[in-house]
Write a protein that binds this ligand. Structure first.
Ligand code: OGA
Ligand code: MN
Length: 283
């Protein structure tokens, strides 16, 4: 079957039809998928009834996989390459550590020295209504800034932490995240290593700019996030079971909207492809 490509929104994304990720793809098929990935930023594959092993094997075609040492509580117990994004309670009924994963605009692993190239998220149990994910195009976000703003932000670095804003920062998980992942400075503008294009690199996990006070930083961070997440730069995904979405963390951001009823099960699993080194420790 030939591969076909259907755009998902004006700003970014494409659905790839005519591939079965349960079998290994030829180099020609993979090259077409890879080219479309670089061009569109996110790829959707529907109706992929695959095993965990097949999810991992397909992900490996894009590069070395992260074993999630920086997110140990969210790993699959038997597959360190898989990160759980689930609201299914832990054994003993404790709230899942990954229930609130991704509920602010971010790019995966920005709080490490090897921010991710891309992530592949597989929908395993999806609420009947909602539980959507939004994505935005950070090339567009950069390109549409004024020349004056581009010049001003070019030399700036932002401080990224592994901590999440939405939950209580004093929970064991959040304290552990901070301990394992000391704050890291990342450039606000990054050059994509494969396309050579500049993309904005910021998000809601960033609280401060390097060498500035929080008060000075906040208006600029807030403005850049608001600008980058304008609806016309976005795609909103309504999940179906057996969807796989691959996104390029170097030129997109995403957010889990959390727009679903308590009591509905939402369970996804993610592989994370390692990217090129970026950033430095502040301490
Ligand atoms: C992730 C993430 C969003 C979602 O898996 O990296 O941010 O909607 N997930 O679950
Ligand atoms: Mn994420």
């Amino acid at each position: 079957m030939p591969i076909t490509v259907r755009p998902l929104s004006h700003a970014l994304g494409a659905e790839i039809q005519g591939v079965d990720l349960a079998r290994s793809l030829s180099n020609a098929e993979f090259d077409q998928i890879h080219r479309t990935f670089l061009e569109k930023g996110i790829l959707l594959f529907r109706d992929q009834k695959i095993t965990r092993e097949q999810h991992i094997a397909f992900s490996r075609r894009f590069g070395e996989l992260d074993r999630h040492d920086s997110l140990p509580r969210d790993r699959h117990p038997d597959h360190p390459e898989l990160l759980l994004v689930t609201n299914v309670p832990e054994e003993g009924g404790k709230e899942s550590a990954s229930k609130y994963t991704g509920q602010q605009w971010h790019s995966d692993m920005s709080f490490t020295l090897e921010p991710s190239l891309g992530s592949l998220l597989r929908g395993i149990a999806i609420p009947p209504v909602g539980g959507d994910t939004m994505f935005t195009n950070m090339y567009l976000a950069y390109d549409t800034l004024s020349d004056g703003m581009k010049k001003m932000i070019e030399p700036l670095y932002a401080i990224h932490t592994g901590r999440r804003k939405v939950t209580d920062p004093n929970t064991a998980r959040e304290r552990e995240q901070t301990r394992i992942n000391p704050p890291i400075a990342q450039p606000i503008v990054r050059v994509h290593p494969e396309t050579g294009r500049k993309a904005l690199y910021i998000g809601e996990k960033v609280s401060c700019l390097v060498d500035m006070t929080p008060e000075e930083s906040k208006p600029l961070i807030d403005y850049l996030v608001k600008h980058a997440t304008r609806p016309q730069f976005c795609y909103r995904h309504q999940w179906k079971q057996d969807d796989i979405i691959l996104w390029d963390n170097r030129c997109t951001m995403h957010i889990a909207l959390g727009d679903y009823a308590d009591g509905e099960t939402r369970h996804l699993e993610r592989t994370t492809v390692k990217g090129t080194p970026s950033g430095y420790y502040l301490q």
